[in-house]
Design a protein around this ligand. Structure first.
Ligand code: AMP
Ligand code: GLY
Length: 417
């Protein structure tokens, strides 16, 4: 089979690596890919027509879509209309991520446990809503903002500033034209991802992301600075049964009943509060960097699993995973997340690989003199071990072997593991 991965981040390099482990896969192509991915083709991930044309001219047998922007733009609908087998949700389903306002409405319709919220379109309505919260609420741009559209306000003044910034100050462009004010919750977070096909779902190993830039969960929110899997203290059947019954089943049933059955990975960002599980957000895709720790633990043949989901046979081919642990540490560019510097030479990749790490590229570009930095999150250094400590130790060994000017990483990934 020829398989096409759409996207160019660390998640997509991990997907390309995973798919290439299948004996059924002859070649993996990536559009556009990065400095580490195989089979790069110069088509932007969000160029829907270009992706369809590429899938046809390259005669690919399967497309896997990584990022949310093409999903929300309808790349799966277009590929399926062109007769190309594709793993990922339609645009109608991707609204669960593309519009937080849509998602919050749906949670109410389907009885999904979530924080109280109000959606507004202008500052006057926003201020009226703000006054109804006892404590400063979280302010969220409704549309896609690359993980940066959420302000966890400490004070009413900060919440007000974010409201005005999003609704009138153009902070996140069109994504901020609609704003969700949400009750602030407290608790540990966990990313629960499942392969979904209609009303059938099968959980992937639980993962924990580290969203803040700096050690101790300080500094600005980022796309994610590291992750580990599984989250062993939650990995019991009772937790999975509860998340299935309260989150995944009603969501998949609701989508199917409304005429938009789901296919793809559904990712629930959960907070475990004193009052129980709450859904903070849905993503309609694999997480980044969660994918870099989840896929190395999956035991299925990748194509068998994705094909089973596409063909409605997921119940016969559920996700199986090994009893190992994985950790990934992100190396980010100087200046990330505000203004990452690019163009620096990257050294030590071979040494990290020789130590036993899987080094997934994200913001890199291959040049005649070797790989250079080309984005905010540059690499995700992944390791697998018999326990979390062993995986973390090896991942940090890989990090120590790699260098580029101004490289930033967290030194406390997995401390809660
Ligand atoms: P989201 O993109 O909605 O997952 O939000 C990004 C991050 O903001 C989450 O991972 C949480 O750390 C934080 N966050 C979002 N919603 C809330 C909330 N209601 N209460 C507390 N923290 C939140
Ligand atoms: N790691 C967070 C995300 O993929 O949205």
């Amino acid at each position: 089979m020829r398989v096409l991965v759409v996207g160019g981040g660390g998640r997509e390099h991990a997907l390309a690596w995973w798919l290439s482990t299948s004996p059924r896969v002859e070649e993996v192509l990536c559009a556009p890919g990065n400095g580490g991915t195989p089979g790069n083709r110069p088509v932007a991930a969000d160029d829907v027509e270009g992706i369809v044309a590429l899938a046809r001219t390259e005669a690919v047998d399967l497309v896997v879509v990584g990022p949310e922007v093409p999903l929300v733009a309808g790349v799966v609908d277009a590929l399926v209309a062109a007769g190309v087998a594709t793993f990922g949700p339609t645009a109608a389903c991707a609204r669960l991520e593309g519009s937080k306002a849509f998602a919050k409405d749906a949670f109410t319709r389907w009885g999904i446990p979530t924080a109280r919220s109000v959606t507004v379109r202008d500052v006057a309505a926003g201020r009226a809503a703000l006054a109804t919260f006892a404590d400063p609420p979280v302010i969220k741009a409704s549309g896609l903002a690359a993980g940066k559209g959420v302000v966890v306000a400490e004070t009413v003044a900060e919440a007000d500033e974010a409201l005005v910034g999003m609704l009138e100050g153009g902070w996140f462009g069109d994504a901020g034209a609609e704003v969700v004010l949400e009750e602030r919750l407290v608790g540990d977070e966990v990313s629960v991802l499942a392969v979904c096909s209609g009303t059938t779902y099968s959980f992937l190993p639980l993962a924990r992301d580290h969203k803040r830039l700096l050690d101790g969960d300080r500094g600005p929110n980022t796309g994610g600075m590291g992750a580990f899997a599984p989250v062993a203290d939650l990995a019991d059947p009772a937790f999975h049964a509860e998340v299935g019954a309260t989150v995944f089943e009603p969501t998949l049933r609701g989508l199917a009943a409304e005429g938009t059955p789901y296919l793809g990975v559904l990712y629930a960002g959960l907070m475990l509060t004193a009052d129980g599980i709450r859904v903070l957000e849905f993503n309609c895709r694999f997480g980044d960097p969660e994918t870099q720790v989840i896929l190395p633990l999956v035991a299925n043949d990748p194509v068998d699993l994705l094909e089973a989901a596409i063909e409605g046979r997921l119940a016969d081919e559920p996700v199986r995973w090994t009893d190992q642990h994985a950790a990934t540490v992100v190396l980010a560019a100087d200046g990330y997340p505000a203004s990452p510097r690019t163009g620096d030479a990257i050294e030590g990749l071979a040494a990290a690989a020789a130590a036993g790490c899987l080094v997934f590229h994200a913001g890199t570009v291959a040049t005649a003199d070797g790989p250079r930095t080309a984005g905010g999150r540059v690499l995700a250094v992944t390791a697998v071990g018999d326990d979390a400590a062993a995986a973390l130790r090896l991942a940090y060994q890989g990090v120590a072997a790699i260098s580029f000017p101004g490289a930033q990483h967290r030194s406390d990934i997995g401390r809660t593991a």
